[in-house]
Design a binder for this molecule. Structure first.
Ligand code: KG4
Ligand code: ZN
Length: 336
């Protein structure tokens, strides 16, 4: 007896990555990502430029995803797209494209929450057991999420101000590094001494985070040092990056450890762009060894923004019949 394949075409356009993927019965057939280089020189994502770049990229990116997957558009079962959160102009491009595609082919439309998708990126390959605890760290969010099931998630705590990725990017900017600075801090940190400089760790209640303090502390620290030595940054960049990274990772791990202990959960993972950080990947493995956790870390291409994670979420929503209608409009801050 032959089984019919469920082929999800997924579109991600929430920030500065235009991505399309094809997921067949929960397996990734293709995952095409066009990263927008245009923002580098501005030290951050420029929303209007992001929207325009999405408009230029979306057709070729979807074409490539279909070709790489070896799938004809008439074999697509449903179209999933990122509905929220994100930059409204960027979301609009993906949403309009997905709606038009679904309508033209007369197939269902599935609206996906970007942060839920970051968590479900774990189920592309590894498939953790439930309950699963996920620290999601991206450019816009820092959350500890309790997952009871694929689509049954609860945010236990999050940042009250900046996200961890934002802290990486802003410190990088102070050091004169281009956007996004997170990967560069990671690179310099690998050669530096994490204990050379001390930065304050925020003490927040429960599972909340705050990263605005470290950003300000680094700013004042650099201003003071540069007064006595204008070449301070160039001479010490490795140690500065290592020390900042060490402090951010400690703040993240302290809360993750607390949540895992309080809830007695041993299935623990990290997700989102900052989970590509080599120091954080090492730290969670070490913490896992100490506490008997089964640790989950997505492959690099599923950490930063990608449509495969939108596709896997779309697949689970498809299985439960959670479809959207043509009125599903993008929402910059929507909850799941
Ligand atoms: O999840 P993501 O791709 O986009 C959002 O949803 O925000 O995360 C992007 C963030 C940026 O802040 C970027 O600097 C950070 O992830 N990032 C890293 C690394 N790779 C990406 N931060 C630290 N170390 C890295 N290796
Ligand atoms: Zn993201």
């Amino acid at each position: 007896m032959s089984t019919v394949s469920v082929n999800i075409l997924a579109i991600e356009s929430s920030c500065d990555e235009t991505s399309a993927a094809v997921i067949q019965n929960g397996k990734v057939l293709s995952n095409t990502i066009a990263t927008q280089k245009v923002h580098e020189r501005y030290g951050g994502v420029v929303p209007e430029l992001a929207s325009r770049a999405h408009m230029q990229n979306i057709v070729p990116v979807v074409d490539t995803a279909l070709k790489d997957a070896g799938i004809n558009k008439h074999d697509i079962t449903a179209v999933a797209f990122t509905r929220s959160p994100g930059l409204i102009g960027s979301l609009l491009v993906g949403a309009c494209f997905a709606k038009a595609y679904a309508q033209a082919l007369d197939i269902p439309l599935i609206a996906v929450h970007h942060m839920q998708a970051h968590v479900l990126a774990h189920f592309i390959e590894d498939k953790p057991e439930f309950p699963f605890l996920c620290l999601t760290v991206s450019g816009g969010h820092t959350q500890i999420v309790l997952c009871r099931d694929y689509l049954d998630m609860e945010v236990l705590g999050q940042t009250i101000d900046d996200a961890a990725g934002e802290a990486f990017d802003k410190v990088a900017k102070m050091l004169g590094l281009p956007y996004p600075g997170g990967p560069l801090i990671d690179k310099y940190a690998s050669e530096g001494d994490p204990l050379r400089f001390k930065f304050p760790m925020s003490e927040m209640k429960d599972y909340e985070f705050s990263f605005s303090g470290i950003k300000t502390a680094v700013l004042y620290f650099l201003q003071a040092q540069k007064k006595t030595d204008p070449a301070f940054v160039e001479k010490n960049i490795n140690d500065i990056c290592a020390s900042v990274q060490y402090t951010i990772i400690n703040m993240l791990m302290n809360k993750l450890r607390k949540a895992a202990r309080d809830l007695d959960i041993k299935q623990v993972g990290i997700a989102g762009g900052v989970s590509a950080n080599s120091g954080l990947r090492k730290a969670i493995k070490e913490e896992g060894d100490k506490n008997g956790w089964q640790v989950y870390i997505p492959r690099f291409e599923y950490c930063t923004d990608n449509a495969a994670m939108i596709g896997i979420t779309g697949y689970y929503k498809y299985l439960t019949g959670a479809f959207a209608d043509m009125t599903a409009s993008p929402d910059a801050r929507g909850s799941w």
